[in-house]
Design a protein around this ligand. Structure first.
Ligand code: 4GX
Length: 236
C-alpha cells in the first residue's frame, strides 16, 4: 500500500513513522510512505504557502497553487492515486469502517493543512474526499494523517504479525474490548477473575463477550445500536 503526505512539517510525519508496528511495515516495504514538503512546490523567494483571507478576518489561509503542484508531482513520480484525502474538522468522521475502505485502495494521498484553513479550491480541485479524526481541533493535519496511516496500515496483510489479533480487535467487531489480565493472579487484594484461570476455553469466551457487551452498553450505547442495525442482533 502506498501513501503520500503533503505537509509543511515533513519531519513530523517521518518521526511518526519511525517506530512501532507501522514503522516496521515501512521498513519491510509493505507500506510505502512518500513525504512531500509543501514549500518545495512554491515558486517565490520566500516559499510562501499562506496568505491573508479574502473578505478579511483573523488568521491565514493556505494557498491553492502549492497543493496543485504537489499533486502534479505525485502523479508524475508515483502514479495517479485512488484517493486524495484532506484532513480537517469539516470532514466525514474517520472510523474503523473508513479505515477498512481505505485499506482496500492501493494509493492514498493525505493533505495536511495548518493555520485557520485552506483555500476552498484545494477541496474542489485537488481533494477527492475530506476526513476528520474527531470533533476537536488540533493544530495541523499532520497528527490526523499519522492516525489514518496507522489505522489503515494495520489492516494491510503482513503489517501486524498476528492477523488474528487484528480480526479480534475491539472495533473490527464493532464493540469495545473485554478486560485483560496478566500475572500476578492477585495484586493489592485485587484478584484476576476465576474463570480466566479455569482453563475452560468456552467459558472464557463467554465471559469475555459478556464483559465486552457490558462495557459497550455502559460507555458506548451508540455502538450497540449500530450493531443491532447492521447485524440484526447484538452478539455476532
Ligand atoms: N481531523 N485540524 C487541520 C487546518 C485546516 C483547516 C481547514 C484544512 C482545512 C483535524 C481533525 C483538525 C485543525 C487539522 C485545522 N486544514 N483534522 N487544521 N479534527 O482539527 O482532521
Amino acid at each position: 500500500m502506498k501513501f503520500d503526505v503533503v505537509t509543511i512539517f515533513p519531519r513530523m510525519i517521518e518521526a511518526g513513522l519511525a517506530e512501532g508496528v507501522v514503522g516496521r511495515g515501512v521498513e519491510k516495504g509493505i507500506v510505502d510512505v512518500g513525504v512531500h514538503d509543501l514549500r518545495t512546490f512554491t515558486t517565490d523567494r520566500h516559499r510562501t504557502v499562506d496568505d491573508v483571507p479574502y473578505g478579511g478576518g483573523p488568521g491565514m489561509v493556505m494557498k491553492v497553487e502549492p497543493f496543485v503542484r504537489a499533486l502534479e508531482t505525485i502523479r508524475a513520480e508515483r502514479g495517479t492515486p485512488d484517493a486524495v484525502v484532506l484532513l480537517s474538522p469539516q470532514g466525514r468522521l474517520f472510523d474503523q469502517g473508513e479505515a477498512r475502505r481505505l485499506s482496500g485502495l492501493g494509493h492514498v494521498v493525505l493533505l495536511c493543512g495548518r493555520y485557520e484553513g485552506i483555500d476552498e479550491r484545494v477541496r474542489d480541485l485537488v481533494a477527492t474526499e475530506e476526513l476528520s479524526i474527531g470533533d476537536f481541533v488540533v493544530s495541523g493535519g499532520e497528527t490526523p494523517a499519522l492516525i489514518v496511516i496507522d489505522a489503515v496500515s494495520r489492516l494491510v496483510p503482513g503489517v501486524v504479525g498476528d492477523q488474528e489479533s487484528v480480526e479480534q480487535d475491539s472495533f473490527s467487531q464493532g464493540i469495545l474490548d473485554h478486560p485483560h489480565y496478566t500475572r500476578p493472579a492477585e495484586f493489592e487484594g485485587r484478584k484476576v477473575p476465576d474463570v480466566l484461570l479455569s482453563g475452560h476455553h468456552a467459558e472464557v469466551r463467554r465471559w469475555r463477550m459478556q464483559e465486552a457487551l457490558r462495557r459497550t452498553s455502559e460507555r458506548r450505547p451508540d455502538l450497540i445500536e449500530r450493531r443491532v442495525k447492521e447485524t440484526g442482533n447484538e452478539r455476532d
